[in-house]
Design a protein around this ligand. Structure first.
Ligand code: GLC
Length: 445
């Protein structure tokens, strides 16, 4: 029998593991379909909804009783989308160097951005925008050859047949009113199928799964339905064990997340939706560094923007996307189609490896005169150059010990004029697939 202490222990463990992005994933993920996702490295998340009208927390403001549901819904009247320019959005996303975008088709507040025929609220019928917002964006993305991702919240706190309303008020208990829950599921499956048939997303970004079990949501049924529509579509992990990749949120991982495929979703300031009072933006340089850190760990970054109710993208966000574009454009060969780098013990900074594992890319900042140090690489180095300019760099290796197969230490000089204002990337061409010294020192006793 489990004592209360072990039960508590298990719960704590579960919370910790979930928090690290180690959610249970599907065992039937087809590696082939994940290729574009792994190669893309950068995606842009878009939280757009009526919460931008007053600049309140998306859905959570009424759920957490910061404002009433009635006041929250008054924002419907201010959602005009009158300066929405989906082609410009897609161009800007393309320019940032991202390979995909994920748009909130419907958040936990229940307001759909498309013309849903399945009931519930929509911007088409319930706001002055009065038009379909998803279809033109999907076409614009496809024109730019970007992959299309749809965020969909399984929960809908505004729907009469959904059991949760706010953190204090529940509508009903699903064990007592199973037919009401079935009605909700029918609506939810209806909307999911509508999105699948109309927009055929390359990727689904579910959210809100924590409120019910896989059985209650029929998560297996959702997976089957979507793979029937498009066997290549990719599902995120917020589907109670039926997703393809893990989604750590906000906390930049300190250690490599354990999942094979993962993506950190991150806000530019502290909020997902547009909140003019939140001016606490990360700098473009900080975001470049986080990005390099994530790709060096073998993951993607899903960087969020929160457009205004008019559809304009705030200028701070545009500036960050443009800087990402400058940096990813200059360093493309170190970013796209590369994989997880080497352990930090070999080089004190993020690294990536080319697909053939014969080229190592080092990400470094400033001009560490002669203290760029590479340790424990057993290969011969053919050449070291600066990505972007192609300038060859001087380097020398010292301390190699033949009898111990110990490769020594390589020092690289980086002249000041070669340093990027953000991270500089060095390309180290090896004589074969990377071969690392893996003992603690020359003599392992
Ligand atoms: C959280 C929130 C939601 C946000 C999402 C993005 O789960 O519920 O508001 O959209 O994270 O990752």
């Amino acid at each position: 029998m489990k004592t209360p202490v072990t039960v508590l222990g298990c719960m704590l463990f579960a919370v910790l593991v979930y928090g690290q992005g180690n959610e249970k994933l599907s065992e039937t993920t087809n590696e082939k379909k994940m290729e574009w996702f792994s190669d893309a490295r950068l995606g842009i998340f878009i939280h757009w909804g009526i919460y931008a009208v007053d600049g309140v927390d998306e859905s959570w403001s009424f759920y957490n009783d910061k404002i009433s549901h009635k006041d929250y819904m008054k924002q419907l009247d201010g959602f005009t989308a009158n300066r929405y320019d989906p082609e410009y959005w897609a161009e800007l996303i393309k320019k940032s160097g991202a390979g995909y975008a994920v748009l909130t088709s419907r958040h936990h507040d229940g307001v759909a951005l498309w013309d849903t025929g399945k009931g519930g609220l929509s911007v088409v019928h319930d706001t002055p925008a009065k038009r379909e917002l998803i279809a033109p964006f999907v076409s614009a993305l496809r024109k730019e050859e970007l992959k299309v991702g749809m965020y969909y919240s399984l929960s809908n706190w505004s729907h009469d047949d959904y059991n949760e309303f706010t953190k204090e008020k529940k509508r009903y208990d699903i064990a007592r009113e199973p037919e009401r829950w079935e009605r909700y599921k029918e609506y939810m499956f209806g909307q999911i199928e509508e999105i699948a048939s109309r927009f055929n997303p390359d990727l689904w970004w579910f959210d809100g799964d924590w409120e019910h079990s896989a059985e209650e949501w029929d998560a297996a049924g959702i997976r089957n339905l979507l793979l029937r529509y498009n066997p290549e579509t990719i599902l995120n992990s917020r589907l109670q064990g039926y997703g393809d990749y893990s989604t750590p949120e906000q906390g930049v991982p300190v250690f490599n997340p354990p999942a094979r495929y993962w993506e950190l979703c991150l806000t530019m300031n502290g909020n997902w939706g547009y909140q003019p009072s939140d001016t606490d933006y990360k700098t473009p340089d900080e975001i470049v560094r986080i990005f390099a850190d994530m790709i060096g760990m073998g993951g993607n970054l899903l960087l969020n923007i929160g457009p205004k109710a008019s559809g304009e993208i705030p200028e701070e966000q545009v500036a960050i996307l443009e800087e990402m574009g400058r940096w990813t454009g200059k360093h493309a060969e170190a970013v796209y189609g590369t994989g997880k780098g080497i352990d930090l013990h070999y080089f004190y900074g993020p690294t990536t490896l080319s697909a053939d594992r014969k080229t190592l890319f080092l990400f470094t900042s400033g001009t560490p005169a002669n203290n760029l140090v590479l340790k424990g690489i057993k290969n011969n180095i053919r050449e070291i150059s600066v990505v972007g300019s192609g300038t060859r760099l001087e380097y020398h290796t010292t301390g190699a010990i033949d009898w111990a197969d110990y490769p020594g230490i390589t020092y690289i000089s980086l002249p000041e004029e070669e340093a990027d204002p953000s991270l500089t990337v060095l390309k180290v061409v090896l004589d074969g697939e990377i071969d690392l010294f893996n003992k603690y020192g020359p003599k392992e006793e």
